[in-house]
Design a binder for this molecule. Structure first.
Ligand code: AMP
Length: 282
């Protein structure tokens, strides 16, 4: 595995793989790797000649009051995990390498941002789309792998690739969970012991929502308030949002039909957690 920290080195190595006509699987992450990231790497490893992993905590996607400075990091550990998963190129640039000067141009996401995380994290998806535009140009992947846990991100990245004609395929990977249902996340380390015990309630509440729908409930407002009540009663977290939307359009509706997503974000004392379930009513 080669660890590369500069754009120049990355360009040189990508040029070589292109000459050899090798396919490139790309897994972009912010590091502090866990089983969720591993699932992306495993699938990418199987489906491509070369596996590129990037680790970059992208300042552009963090708001001024968010956790950029204390986002968990452990590069040594990440390096070992990457090696075990068969990564060929680990791209680990500094902020100065990625953003040597203030950008004069950036990508603005125009649709799907007034719901879910977009509503409470203004500018977040512009930051995600901008860094991915840079990374896609640099890595030139054949396929790029994203987790369904970040469903809104996935939907926006699919639009980015389509709208800007990136010659690559986006592969969606199922959410990996702890045994008790909690979605794996780098931020889980910031849960207190008590919050860690409460946190599986998030997934259980989502499942309760699905059960309500399967039992015949079609009114989204009733399902959302059922989920909110349960989270409020069973956890100490502060609800950021609970939403039920059409999928993949991410639009509100009055009665459930076809594919839908139930998604939530809950703030615990030091970690804001998100989770979702995507289902089809039929
Ligand atoms: P992050 O490092 O949190 O930016 O995540 C990097 C990639 O891993 C994104 O595509 C995420 O959706 C994906 N990911 C994060 N957590 C999980 C999980 N529990 N299961 C599957 N994919 C995940």
């Amino acid at each position: 595995m080669k660890v590369i920290t500069t754009i120049q080195e990355l360009r040189e190595i990508i040029e070589k793989t292109n000459k050899r006509q090798q396919t490139i699987g790309f897994v972009p992450t912010m590091g502090f790797l866990h089983e969720g990231h591993r699932a992306l790497m495993k699938q990418a490893r199987k489906e491509n000649d070369i596996l590129v992993l990037s680790i970059f905590v992208n300042p552009l996607q963090f708001g001024p009051t968010e956790d950029l400075d204390r986002y968990p990091r452990d590069f040594e550990r990440d390096q070992k995990i990457a090696e075990t998963e068969g990564v060929d190129i680990l791209f680990y640039p500094s902020v100065a390498e990625m953003y040597p000067n203030e950008l004069s141009v950036s990508v603005v996401v125009k649709k799907m941002t007034d719901v879910l995380c977009g509503r409470t994290r203004p500018g977040h998806f512009d930051g995600v789309a901008t860094v991915l535009t840079k990374l896609f140009h640099l890595v030139q992947p054949t396929k790029a792998y994203f987790g369904k846990k970040d469903a809104q991100q996935l939907a926006i990245v699919e639009s980015l690739v389509k709208d800007f004609h990136f010659p690559l395929q986006i592969i969606a990977v199922n959410t990996i969970r702890e045994e008790d249902g909690l979605a794996k996340s780098s931020r889980n380390v910031y849960l207190t012991d008590r919050e860690r015990v409460e946190a599986p309630e998030l997934y259980q509440s989502l499942q309760m929502g699905v059960e309500m729908i399967q039992a015949g409930e079609t009114n989204p407002h009733k399902i959302i308030s059922g989920i909110k009540d349960r989270i409020a009663n069973k956890t100490s977290g502060e609800i950021d949002y609970v939403s039920l939307l059409s999928y993949p359009e991410l639009e509100e509706f009055e009665s459930i039909n076809g594919s839908y997503i139930i998604a939530l974000a809950v703030k615990f004392s030091r970690a804001r957690l998100i989770d979702n379930i995507i289902m089809n009513r039929d």
